[in-house]
Design a protein around this ligand. Sequence first.
Ligand code: FCB
Length: 451
Amino acid sequence: MTAAHPYPPGFVWGVATSAYQIEGAANEDGRGPSIWDIFSHTPGRTANGDTGDVACDHYHRWRDDVELIASLGVDAYRFSIAWPRVQPLGQGAWNEQGLAFYDRLVDALLARGIKPHATLYHWDLPQALQDQGGWQNRETAQRFADYAAQVARRLGDRLGSIATHNEPWCTATLGHLVGKFAPGIQDAQIAAQVSHHLLLSHGLALQAMRAVGTRAPLGIVLNQSSVTAATDSEADRQKAEREYALFVRWYMDPIFKGRYPTAPGVSVYPAVHDNDFKVIGQKLDFLGINYYTRIWASSEGLPPPKPHGESDMGWENWPQGLTELLVGLKRQYGELPPIYVTENGIACADRLEGGRVADAQRIEYMRSHLAALRAAMAEGVDVRGFFYWSLLDNFEWDSGYDKRFGLVHVDYASQRRTLKDSAHWYHGHIDAARAATLNAQRPAPALAGGL
Ligand code: FCB
């Protein structure tokens, strides 16, 4: 490795997935339907009408997948728990078969020396709760806290961490304003209220998990970006300020400053009850950040120049944005809890040829983003780990199976898994990083002959 700065001792190397994107077995062992089952089965909602019914069949292949994870040389695995698998209606009865699945998975990971990092909500709300208003309904926040406490009771002593939500911005904005994610609503006021209930549910869940004595570190995962104004015109500058407020500060400010941000042109705010910000601002043991690309703010709708190219999603590759984002957060929020990059990765038009996937573009993306991460750490940002998104090619939401983010290629017809070149590269990077860290810790050898 050519790292200028070795990673600190104990730095966690991982890979990430989420339940609906990989598990399949949508109707097995008592699992209830989620909003993504309903959404993906609605004609026109996903590319090719793809659904998560089978996905990577991880629910049946989990043993092999644990071996696969171990073969990458990582320390940790970030996965999510499907709420409708453990509590089919989102309230009331628990489904023992669902809980037992995660029990077995966690134990198998630990037996292979891999720390399980769980996320409670990666977008798969039980449909029964959606039928009662879903995240628009303040009651859902309390239901989520009950679910969190149950998972914490059952698994909390064995988990490396528990995150309440994954990317609440996506649930609120893509699910309730843009409407391209489940439940497919398009209403700005509803989206704002949903964002507030998600934050509230996060705070209530932290309280509930601590009340049952969870030992696992508790936090939340936010998707964030740096924002670049296309020009230094007043209009572009204001647009950049607005985008940053809506994307980053909308979730950071309530948690760390006890209020929603103001910015030019931001006018839709949720109804907030007394005491809500106190609940939302519970102490975090860690902050998870997902970074993929920057936001380009052009009031005239000009596209970004993309000097480092783009992914198969059309997202610009902009590694320096990760440095800019993290250093900026430190400046704006002061001492933050330890940060984990809980997702970073790229979709490429991968091809399996002769048993190999030569994904040089992914390797370059990873190399440049890890260099950008080290640059932020060199500026004093306290980053404790990095999780590549994703372990496997999987169901990429509205893009279906067309987009491949995995370090491991999945042939969906046969469910055969093949390590891509990037998987081997990542393994090598991790080994070299560990060696460099050890080396840096070793006392300097005594000078022969003394002074
Ligand atoms: C993130 C999601 C994850 C995956 C990646 C590409 O927004 O958390 O499930 O879809 O993007």
